[in-house]
Design a binder for this molecule. Structure first.
Ligand code: ZN
Length: 554
């Protein structure tokens, strides 16, 4: 870093159990700056006794820096990528000559796991794990790999749940392509006798719980594979040059894969906006960079339907053909959603369920959650139910024409059966008692949309538990529910508590609404409260309602 200060930044992301720094070097044309470039990372030596990755990291750092400005590939990578390399995640284990960290923990079993430890938190984890998690969470890594030895293979998600059973993730095709990029460029790996084409699905080889690659994919939108770069864990020093010769093309080509697929910006008329990129048929959305608006969606060649979505904006869907080679570029420019003006939006931002006529049914009522939301501060969270119980949030609506109902949901509960696909604990969305879809396992805020016909309907969000297993946070959330605008006949001006009569109780409710001042325009309660229809709630509405009750007004 001292020799190449213009293209490197050396920093520590924390300390090991025994106080050693956890060094990372960033190599980029503007290190330390969040540019409109994808972020890549290599992490080596998380198993202390697997040493080749440490050396290969140093060779790669040297190659990138020494060839910058003279070699086309090195220069292009450094100019167009933020490359982070961590030669040792487990320096204590290396010094001790052991797989584990100084607390005797296998760091590649210490991450949150979608099947066995689905609480995505650093609480209770080893300092080395926590440092890597915090660092990753604060970046938008698109592609990464972690380096091991003891075999010769490129291993890809999922790593669980069952040994010997292929466990495909939604991006299985992409991961096979990424793993092949490594094995095909290695003189021995692709033709090794142990693994067909030198690659393997993680679980099919052997199941790992708490591995780093699955954590990156499940929670960080980061495509990571696990490299076994040498059959020998402690090669003789004289063999290290050959080790680099064998892995150099693979390591460089793998970084270059970050420049394939689809990329671009998501903006509105004023600049970058938060957005998610969805690919039809692949249930794994990617978020863009919140500062610069840039997104990177790695994909294998083919034709895809791609949607950019942002709350409050009309989504945009395009058909894009991805070819071999450099990434296709598509910039999305979104405008505000005109349909929202004719809709009722429930974001639970009143901090309670008073914005609409919600019914809370089942064994335990849904609650407001101030720590989770896709928009604003609040969301609705399922009640804390026990075995064979349900928590149901329900609403009756009456609409005049066919429309769409949409919402965002987040799930953290027992997953479906890995072999059977059976649902045990799950959120279902129902219209008039008919299940429209259901979701289980671990998934972040995801957009859901369903058609609904004109007429009167009951919508219900139902969290159901069977007997036995409890996983994750054992809860589901919904937020930003967009309901089609309802028939006006539902609302009687002045009947603010919707009890069918206008009396002193409505005056009390109206005074509260005026004093609190946080009722959202467009909601039924707001419409019923705006007695004089001037679009604001104030003392004139209270006077008007009292006059109505006394028989002298309206
Ligand atoms: Zn290992």
């Amino acid at each position: 870093s001292s020799n190449f200060p213009n293209i490197t930044r050396l920093f520590s992301i924390g300390q090991s159990v025994q106080g050693r720094e956890l060094w990372v070097i960033e190599i980029s044309d503007n290190p330390g700056t969040n540019e409109t470039e994808p972020e890549f990372k290599y992490i080596a030596n998380m198993h202390g006794d697997e040493t080749p990755g440490r050396e290969l990291s140093l060779y790669l750092i040297d190659w990138l820096c020494s060839n910058y400005g003279s070699d086309t590939r090195a220069t292009s990578l450094v100019n167009n990528t933020a490359i982070y390399i961590m030669p040792s995640m487990n320096p204590d284990g290396f010094e001790l000559g052991q797989r584990y960290n100084a607390n005797g923990v296998d760091l590649n079993r210490d991450f949150p796991d979608q099947f066995n430890d689905p609480n995505n938190t650093t609480y209770g984890r080893q300092p080395e794990t926590k440092a890597v998690m915090d660092w990753s969470i604060n970046h938008n890594f698109t592609l990464s790999a972690n380096m091991h030895s003891g075999a010769l293979v490129a291993n890809y998600p999922y790593d669980g749940p069952s040994s010997g059973s292929y466990s495909a993730c939604p991006d299985d095709d992409l991961f096979i392509r990424l793993a092949l990029e490594y094995s095909e460029n290695h003189p021995e790996m692709y033709n090794s006798s142990s693994f067909e084409d030198g690659i393997t699905n993680g679980a099919e080889w052997y199941a790992v719980s708490g591995g780093m690659q699955d954590w990156n994919y499940v929670w960080e939108e980061n495509f990571e594979i696990t490299l076994e770069q040498s059959n020998t864990k402690w090669p003789n020093e004289s063999l290290i040059d050959d080790l680099w010769d064998d892995n150099k093309e693979s390591m460089v080509s793998y970084i270059e894969m970050i420049h394939t697929g689809l990329r671009g910006l998501v903006t509105d008329e004023n600049g970058p906006i938060d957005a998610t990129i969805s690919v039809s048929g692949i249930d794994n959305d990617i978020s863009n960079d919140k500062i610069n608006g840039d997104y990177y969606r790695l994909l294998t060649p083919g034709t895809y339907s791609i949607t950019a979505r942002s709350i409050g904006y009309a989504s945009e869907t395009v058909t894009i053909t991805i070819n071999n080679g450099s990434a296709e570029v598509h910039n999305f420019n979104l405008s505000s959603d005109p349909n929202l003006e004719n809709s009722d939006i429930e974001g639970f931002e009143l901090g309670d369920f008073s914005g609409f006529e919600w019914e809370n049914l089942g064994n335990e009522a849904w609650v407001i959650d101030g720590n989770e939301s896709v928009e604003g501060q609040f969301s609705a969270r399922s009640g804390s139910i026990g075995n064979n119980e349900q928590s149901i949030l329900s609403i009756d609506i009456d609409i005049q024409e066919d429309a769409l109902v949409s919402f965002y949901s987040k799930i953290s509960c027992e997953p479906t059966g890995s072999q059977t696909g059976n649902y045990y604990d799950y959120l279902s969305f129902q219209i008039d008692g008919q299940e429209q879809d259901k979701w289980a396992g671990e998934s972040g805020w995801t957009f859901r949309e369903f058609p609904i016909q004109n007429g009167s309907h009951t919508l219900a969000w139902v969290y159901t538990k069977d007997q036995g297993v409890t996983s994750g946070q054992d809860a589901v959330w919904v937020d930003y529910i967009v309901l089609p605008s309802q028939a006006d006949t539902d609302i009687v001006i002045g009947d603010i508590n919707f009890d069918g009569t206008i009396n002193i109780l409505d005056v009390i409710a109206l005074i509260n609404n005026v004093l609190e001042g946080d009722l959202l325009p467009g909601t039924d309660t707001y419409t019923a409260s705006d007695i004089n229809g001037d679009g604001t709630l104030n003392i004139l509405d209270i006077v008007g309602l009292v006059s109505t009750i006394l028989g002298s007004g309206l």
